[in-house]
Design a protein around this ligand. Structure first.
Ligand SMILES: [Zn+2]
Length: 287
């Protein structure tokens, strides 16, 4: 334990250690949390451990072994902006994952943290073999209901205008960009659809297979159909499920422009959520 804490501290960026906004640290075998004060650091650590346990049991079937998938969590407070992101240690060449969460004090250990902990659990549980669309899809299932309701409006727009994202593009996307809300929403919805067809184990086998670009063979092996047929079936399900959410005069692009009323129109679903919730030009970015 002591050795782990020393390694964690040495791994912290100097700017982070010297930041005046950090007044508290809390740690366990799995996390080192920094926050503006000690009370918040301990609260975020407790929630991080809780989410790590719950998410692993739900999606992997059992808890992760203690000490695997260790992460540095940086919690920040802001009244006007929201930001959260997970960096895999695999991507950064380091040995520790990194999670950053910025939100209002009462929210910083909530759904946004659970979303990023989900990425951490999946990355660890599947040893980095899960493609971005699947990791994002599952993590978005862990989000709060208000976000899901906003996504339902956008999906209804796809159905109404019959303007559908191409699943083949989403499946082969190596990295989701912050402003590509279409990719995020499609990953979320397609994940919902696949989990409605078969069990999570099948979903994960299919997802891992798509990481090697074997989409067609994976679709036939795990769902008994082609990617094109999956696309059509997904569209049918979205239409039946979400079309009732759409006001008659809206389409997906207009809907996102209206909701994301910042200077640069963002298509990020989280921007929509943030603006709707706070009434400010807050920006929530998430990966
Ligand atoms: Zn994410």
């Amino acid at each position: 334990m002591k050795t782990f804490l020393i390694k964690l501290f040495l791994a912290l960026p100097l700017a982070l250690i010297c930041s005046e906004s950090i007044g508290g640290f809390a740690s366990s075998e799995n996390f080192l949390v920094s926050a503006p004060d000690q009370e918040l650091a301990e609260a975020v650590l407790a929630r991080a451990e809780e989410y790590r346990r719950e998410v692993a049991i739900r999606w992997l079937g059992s808890e992760l072994p203690s000490g695997t998938g260790r992460a540095i969590v940086s919690a920040r407070i802001s009244q006007t902006s929201q930001y959260c992101r997970f960096w895999s240690a695999r991507d950064t060449g380091g040995k520790l994952h990194t999670i950053t969460v910025t939100d209002q004090r009462g929210q910083v250990s909530g759904y946004v943290l659970r979303h990023e902990i989900t990425h951490l659990v999946l990355d660890t549980g599947f040893d980095g073999r899960l493609p971005p669309w699947a990791s994002e899809g599952i993590a978005m299932l862990e989000d709060g209901q208000s976000l899901k309701s906003e996504r339902a409006r956008v999906l209804a727009g796809y159905a109404r205008t019959r303007s559908w994202p191409n699943l083949r593009i989403i499946l082969r996307t190596p990295r989701f960009h912050l402003n590509d809300s279409e990719a995020f929403i499609t990953a979320f919805s397609f994940t919902q659809y696949l989990l409605s067809r078969r069990d999570p184990s099948t979903y994960f086998k299919f997802a891992v297979a798509t990481n090697t670009n074997e989409w067609e063979s994976a679709a036939h092996q795990h769902y008994g159909t082609s990617v094109e047929q999956l696309q059509e079936a997904w569209q049918t399900r979205v239409t039946r499920t979400h079309l009732r959410h759409l006001p008659a005069n809206l389409n997906p692009t207009a809907d996102m422009r209206k909701a994301g009323s910042s200077a640069t129109v963002s298509r990020d679903p989280y921007s929509i959520h943030s603006t709707a919730k706070t009434g400010l030009k807050a920006v929530l970015t998430r990966l």
